[in-house]
Design a protein around this ligand. Structure first.
Ligand code: APR
Length: 273
């Protein structure tokens, strides 16, 4: 715990109680969850956007207007130090899931966590073992056709010409990662809203709550009666909406919550004989 403040441990106990008592808990995660894996967040003191500036909300429109120019710049930036694309790629290429990711997998395997909605594109949830996973901003390891939505693993995708073109529909192929100003793929967005409307507890982990539509999910869930639990070393725009706010790093707090949930579920199992 960053401060070791008693309220953090009280928060962990309260969060464990709420999750153990829930019937449909979900998680909403952000870049802060991957900080302990060595991937910088976007905002805050060491954030990528803090260092380099946030991309324009017209990014997607610029891509559509000149996909060839976008791809040429992208392939250059991925191998040239001194830009956010290079920094994020270098960090993510060398990152592994941390105890925070693994704790969420344990909650899923215990039948408590019914879905994880992540804003992260780093694939660490999938590599950790999360299965009920909604990657609302896409996944850095995939390509996606703008025309028909088909996706391919990037590792096996050979880019011969830029922009790459879909062999199924002739559409332009981009990275699966959702750009600023780009619509979220509709099937993913609908699935996210279905989980938000159904949940009776939402675990908010490592997000500043500044980017929509994800930032609206906790507010919608709260309005529908869900218990909101926030795990973050500092206050965010969502803290006021949280029933339980735990000040600490996800890699420490989440395992603490999971341990208490498993104890409570064990006791519940004994009581039910
Ligand atoms: N554990 C938990 N939270 C942490 C940790 C940690 N170890 N370290 C930092 N944080 C918190 C920060 O306090 C901050 O509130 O993580 C949050 C990260 O916020 P952002 O950098 O804004 O990341 P995020 O909320 O995921 O951004 C949303 O913005 O640019 C887009 O597509 C990008 O998905 C991203 C979206």
């Amino acid at each position: 715990m960053t401060s070791g403040a008693p309220d953090a441990w009280d928060g962990i106990a309260a969060a464990a109680g709420a999750l153990a008592a829930s019937s449909h808990a979900i998680a909403l995660t952000g870049a802060g969850l991957s900080v302990e894996s060595g991937i910088p967040s976007f905002r805050g003191p060491d954030g990528l956007w803090t260092r380099y500036g946030q991309p324009s909300n017209l990014s997607y429109r610029e891509f559509v207007a000149d996909p060839q120019g976008w791809w040429e710049q992208r392939l250059h930036d991925e191998v040239t130090a001194g830009n956010p694309t290079y920094d994020l790629k270098d960090a993510a290429d060398n990152a592994d899931p941390n105890p925070g990711h693994l704790a969420l997998v344990q909650l899923e395997q215990a039948g408590v966590l019914k879905a994880t909605i992540t804003q992260n594109v780093d694939d660490l949830h999938g590599r950790a073992g999360s299965r009920a996973l909604l990657e609302i901003h896409g996944n850095r390891n995939f390509m996606r056709c703008v025309g028909c939505g088909q996706r391919w693993p990037r590792s096996g995708y050979v880019i011969t010409d830029v922009p790459p073109v879909c062999d199924a529909c002739g559409g332009v192929v981009k990275l699966d990662t959702v750009m600023f100003g780009e619509p979220i793929p509709s099937a993913t967005l609908e699935a996210c809203f279905a989980e938000v409307q159904r949940c009776d507890a939402m675990l908010l982990v490592g997000t500043s709550g500044t980017v929509n539509p994800a930032a609206q999910f906790p507010l919608l869930a709260r309005d529908l009666g869900a218990k909101i639990i926030e795990v973050n070393p500092g206050p965010t725009q969502l803290t006021d909406a949280a029933d339980i706010a735990i000040n600490g790093p996800a890699g420490v707090v989440l395992p603490g919550i999971v341990e208490l949930v498993q104890q409570r579920l064990g006791r519940k199992g004994e009581d039910e004989g």
